[in-house]
Design a protein around this ligand. Structure first.
Ligand SMILES: CC(C)(COP(=O)(O)OP(=O)(O)OC[C@H]1O[C@@H](n2cnc3c(N)ncnc32)[C@H](O)[C@@H]1OP(=O)(O)O)[C@@H](O)C(=O)NCCC(=O)NCCS
Length: 163
C-alpha cells in the first residue's frame, strides 16, 4: 500500500538518501557529488502554482519522491514544468513511480499548467516505460550531452500536454 503526500521537512533525509544513491551509482542525474539534505530545503520553500514535491510512503518509510519545478526560468515558460522522479532501488517495479505521477499530474492540471517535460538520460528502460505509461511521448533526443562514469550519455526529452 503506497501513500502519496506532500513532502515534510522530516522526510528530507530519506529523500536525500534516495537521490544521493543515484548520484553515486546512476546516470539518471548528471550530478557527481551527493548534495545531501541541504540541497532540498529551497525546493520546499517554493509555493508557486505548479511547484510540488510529493513523497511516496510505504509501511512508514519514504520510498520515492517526485517534484515539479521550472523547466526554464523565463516568464513565458511559466505554464511548463519539468519533473524529476526517483524511487529507492528496493521499491522499484512495484507501482510507486506510477502512484507518484498519478498524484502529481492532476495537481499540475488543476494549477493551470500546460506542458510537463521529463528529461531522461538513456539507457533507462524503467523511466521510459513509466513516462510512456503516464501518457508522455518522446519528443526528441540530444546526443552525448552528458559524460559520466567515463562515457558519453544521450538525453531524451519526453513531453505531456495537459490541456
Ligand atoms: C524510473 C523509476 C522512477 C520508475 O519507478 P517505478 O516505481 O520502478 O515504476 P513503476 O513500478 O510505477 O512502473 C511504471 C511502469 O513502468 C514499467 N517499468 C518499470 N520499470 C521497468 C523496467 N525496468 N523495464 C521496463 N518497464 C518498466 C512498469 O511495468 C509500469 O508499466 P505499466 O504501468 O504499463 O504496468 C525508478 O525505476 C527509478 O527511480 N529509477 C532510478 C532513477 C530514475 O531513473 N529516475 C528517472 C529519471 S528521468
Amino acid at each position: 500500500m503506497v501513500l502519496v503526500r506532500p513532502v515534510q521537512e522530516t522526510d528530507l533525509p530519506a529523500v536525500a538518501a534516495i537521490y544521493d544513491e543515484q548520484v553515486r551509482n546512476g546516470i539518471s542525474t548528471f550530478a557527481t557529488e551527493p548534495p545531501g539534505v541541504d540541497h532540498w530545503r529551497p525546493r520546499l520553500a517554493l509555493t508557486r502554482p505548479g511547484d510540488h514535491v510529493l513523497v511516496a510512503e510505504r509501511e512508514g518509510d519514504v520510498v520515492g519522491y517526485v517534484y515539479s519545478g521550472d523547466y526554464r526560468p523565463r516568464p513565458a515558460y511559466g505554464r511548463t514544468r519539468e519533473t524529476s522522479i526517483y524511487v529507492a532501488p528496493e521499491a522499484r517495479g512495484a507501482g510507486v513511480g506510477r502512484a507518484l505521477y498519478d498524484a502529481l499530474l492532476p495537481a499540475l492540471r488543476a494549477d493551470g499548467m500546460r506542458v510537463v517535460v521529463a528529461v531522461i538520460a538513456v539507457p533507462n528502460p524503467g523511466s521510459q516505460a513509466l513516462h510512456h505509461a503516464c501518457g508522455f511521448r518522446h519528443a526528441g533526443t540530444l546526443h552525448e550531452v552528458g559524460h559520466k562514469f567515463g562515457r558519453w550519455i544521450d538525453t531524451e526529452l519526453w513531453e505531456l500536454l495537459l490541456a
